[in-house]
Design a protein around this ligand. Sequence first.
Ligand SMILES: Nc1ncnc2c1ncn2[C@@H]1O[C@H](COP(=O)(O)OP(=O)(O)OP(=O)(O)O)[C@@H](O)[C@H]1O
Length: 257
Amino acid sequence: MSRRHDPTHAIDCSDLVIDRAGHGSPTRAVDGVTFSLSPGGLICVAGPTGSGKSSLVLALAGSTDPSVRIVGGSAHVCGVNVRRPGRKHRVLTYRTGFVPQGAGADLPPRLTVQEVIAEPILARERRVNTKALSIRVATLLDEMHLPLGTAAKFPYELSAGMRQRVAIARSFVLEPMVLIADEILANLDLEVRPVVFDAITRRRKEQGMGALLVTNDADFIRELNAETLMLKGGHVVARGVGKDLLWAPNAEADSQP
Ligand SMILES: Nc1ncnc2c1ncn2[C@@H]1O[C@H](COP(=O)(O)OP(=O)(O)OP(=O)(O)O)[C@@H](O)[C@H]1O
């Protein structure tokens, strides 16, 4: 797939402020977050429950969840202004592979695995070479160490870990420029983790895919040698690689998750 668009940053956000609006008054979920992710780069987002991790990635992935509102700052993902994407919202969804929290559990129940994985392509292209599409799905299943027979099954016929791998395969089907994933390792057995690790690393190296991963899994962050943004109360309280986290001014008091 050609990469006509080549922005300097895969993700670039500055002083981003996000509210979550439920039935009551809005909650400030993300408050003044600034970071950039280069093509082929990797950033992990960690932090305690309620710190704003999911709200941040939902907004950056262009989620249509009406409870997510960017109310301040700016954010560009693959060159698309996610605050006001307009017609470019479709472009954003093509260029971004998104694995939301609980993705495996939320697969469309009436679609087969083949249809689930192929859906982003079918939504984008009117005329599709069915054979080529089946081969692409089969390649992704194989990469995720899922048997080829999985393609004909429905999500309810699979284990939670298999469903999660189907969600990951789907996020890769359009060869995204950026992977945005929330707890990508959820429900995965230890022996499958390297499969996901390798799939991400290969795309970063070979396709320049950037990756923004929400995870509190210290082993995973260490294995990836990833730069980490630590959120608390919607603020970045620390950032850095490995044990060399730099705490933001005045964040030390907040620093124990
Ligand atoms: N649908 C919603 N409506 C209203 N407020 C919400 C909604 N979802 C989240 N919030 C609030 O937004 C804030 C940030 O939540 P968010 O889910 O982004 O945090 P998180 O770090 O991802 O938490 P977790 O690790 O538990 O998933 C919290 O105060 C939460 O209560």
